[in-house]
Write a protein that binds this ligand. Structure first.
Ligand SMILES: NC(=O)C1=CN([C@@H]2O[C@H](COP(=O)(O)OP(=O)(O)OC[C@H]3O[C@@H](n4cnc5c(N)ncnc54)[C@H](O)[C@@H]3O)[C@@H](O)[C@H]2O)[C@@H](O)CC1
Length: 547
């Protein structure tokens, strides 16, 4: 698992290093170490983009704090490697004076913002040293104007520590922010690197000598794709269809028969156990997947280790009665879509739950459940909602969907960046429910046979399912890419996305890019939920073979 920490923990981990630097008589020794890393990775980006480093133009946008100091020292290193370096000081009276002197000595040029006028030379790369850990809120004028101008000109941004305009702890991306192609941070990931990964670009961590800090309730986790692959359930020599987990699905309605097909088919594709179905969509479900076992009612369904209720299932009296009946069966249950609407209007329903529940709202459904939530603090709003449910005695885990999906069980937050936004398509949530339900059934079956008294780690299972779903979307979109190597890579489809950083086409598209909006997802083509579903086996294979 990757781990990311709150600012308080980072500052505490840095304190002994900084104290030692002070007493050594070289107070900037740590900063220079950090800056050397920034320069190293910026040079690598320059080589990638322009084929070299010598003679390339670098612009530094420098704020008042130590983040600006890092940028100035990095500029001095790049200058020594032959770059032309221009530093724009946003607050010349409070600039880091020793960093500034170092850049001057190296031959860098220094500008005040007001002296820039209508200067338009476009650098090969821009370094964001506006704010780091000490940043609060949106980029302010005139930094916002400079950032937007360069981003629209297609200049890649390297963020020092984290992109300015992104809150380090909440990961909130303010309207005016730096859309980074690359973020270079120091020693430890900050929460924002996992919570706001799409605007961080590739994240590089430079070793500055920090020790591992303690983990706590504010630590954010993200699974490595290879770990998800290692955990993914596949049948072993002693397995049969029951030992791998049976998931039962109550989904679909006259109005939404497709939800039943997508959800059950995804569960079939995700694991080799068994899938039961209850609902009005038995005919289309069987036409798509004859191996699904259909039942006339919840009461008549056979044994299942986990249940999924809600995709397209309706919100009427019958649907509500079925939610109640499913919860009363005492098995881990995933509540999605219409079931969440029912729970929002009848919160008492959750009282029937005698086993863990996983709620999987998107932002709008989370609005309904909470009566409105603080969008400036996504992880905080989620944690508070889960804590409220747990106070009511409900053993709940909540998965808040998005490009970056958050999962919280009251003690642990997982953050999963899908790595692309191709999955933002109708029916994709039904596929996610099926995958997640199958995985829940598997972990419940393993738990029941090995250690029935232990708690289920539903949050981790959900994080694994979201990782697979994102990978399936990416593969589906890329398999249609006719460029050599971009598509038709066959099952496994090539390299698995590095979800901390890889953002194909991480640049900013001027056509769409007012304010530095990230460009769409590089190569690939839009997909539907059926395409995503069809890519599930390839995604399992890709994760299982990733290292
Ligand atoms: N402490 C350490 O050990 C190290 C710190 N380093 C760097 O130091 C940074 C932290 O430095 P600081 O604590 O000085 O804080 P920052 O440099 O992040 O920012 C502080 C300044 O920015 C202003 N500010 C806050 N929000 C703003 C906004 N939206 N627009 C404009 N100005 C704003 C504040 O008023 C304050 O003057 C780290 O992010 C990292 O880059 C590195 O040198 C590595 C070592």
């Amino acid at each position: 698992m990757r781990r990311a920490h709150p600012v308080e923990v980072i500052r505490a981990a840095e304190a002994p290093l900084l104290a030692a630097a002070e007493t050594s008589g070289d107070p900037d020794v740590v900063m220079r170490r950090a800056a050397a890393g920034v320069a190293h990775h910026t040079a690598a980006l320059l080589r990638e983009r322009t084929g070299g480093v010598y003679g390339r133009a670098v612009e530094l946008l420098v704020g008042a704090g130590d983040n600006g100091g890092d940028a100035l020292y990095a500029g001095a290193v790049l200058r020594a490697r032959g770059c032309r370096v221009d530093a724009v000081l946003l607050d010349p009276d409070r600039v880091h004076s020793r960093g500034l002197a170092a850049l001057r000595r190296a031959g860098g040029r220094i500008h005040r913002v007001e002296d820039l006028g209508s200067r338009v030379p476009v650098p090969d790369v821009a370094i964001d040293g506006v704010v780091g850990l000490g940043g609060r809120g949106s980029l302010r004028a005139p930094a916002d104007r400079i950032v937007t101008g360069l981003a629209e000109a297609g200049v890649p941004w390297v963020a020092v520590d984290l992109p300015s305009g992104v809150d380090a702890d909440t990961g909130t991306v303010h309207d005016a922010h730096v859309p980074a192609t690359l973020t270079v941070t120091f020693g430890l990931l900050r929460r924002a690197h996992l919570l706001a990964s799409p605007v961080c670009g590739r994240v590089e961590v430079v070793d500055i000598g920090l020790s591992d800090p303690p983990i706590g309730p504010e630590t954010v986790y993200a699974p490595y794709p290879a770990d998800v692959g290692r955990r993914w359930p596949v049948p072993g020599p002693a397995d049969d269809k029951y030992t791998q987990g049976v998931v039962a699905i109550r989904a679909g309605s006259e109005r939404f028969p497709g939800a039943a097909v997508l959800c059950t088919s995804a569960a079939v594709a995700a694991s080799s156990g068994m899938v039961r179905y209850v609902g009005s969509g038995a005919d289309p479900v069987l036409a798509a997947r004859p191996e699904v076992v259909c039942h006339p009612s919840v009461a008549e369904a056979g044994k299942a280790q986990a249940w999924v209720v809600g995709p397209g299932a309706g919100t009427g009296a019958e649907a509500i009665a079925d939610i109640d009946a499913v919860l009363a069966r005492g098995r881990p249950t995933l509540l999605d879509a219409d079931a969440l609407t029912c729970v929002a209007s009848h919160p008492v329903l959750l009282r029937s739950a005698t086993a863990p529940v996983l709620l999987t709202p998107h932002g709008g459904e989370f609005d309904r459940l909470t009566g409105g939530w603080d969008r400036a603090d996504r992880p905080g709003a989620l944690r508070r909602y889960v804590a409220g449910l747990r106070e009511r005695g409900i053993e709940a885990t909540v998965l808040l969907k998005g490009r970056v999906t958050l999962i919280d069980d009251g003690e642990t937050t997982y953050s999963v960046d899908a790595g692309s936004s191709w999955a933002a398509t109708a029916g994709s949530g039904d596929v996610l429910s099926g995958i997640t339900g199958a995985l829940m059934a598997h972990v419940a079956a393993v738990r029941d046979s090995a250690a029935p008294d232990t708690q289920l780690n539903l949050a981790r299972a959900a994080a694994d399912a979201v990782t697979l779903h994102g990978e399936a979307a990416r593969l589906a979109a890329h398999r249609r890419d006719p460029r050599p190597g971009g598509s038709h890579a066959g099952p496994g489809g090539g390299r698995v996305a590095n979800h901390t950083g890889e953002r194909p086409g991480a640049d900013v598209d001027a056509a769409h890019g007012g304010g530095g909006r990230p460009r769409a997802e590089g190569p690939g083509a839009p997909i539907g939920a059926s395409d995503l579903l069809a890519a599930v086996p390839a995604a399992v294979a890709a994760l299982r073979s990733s290292r």
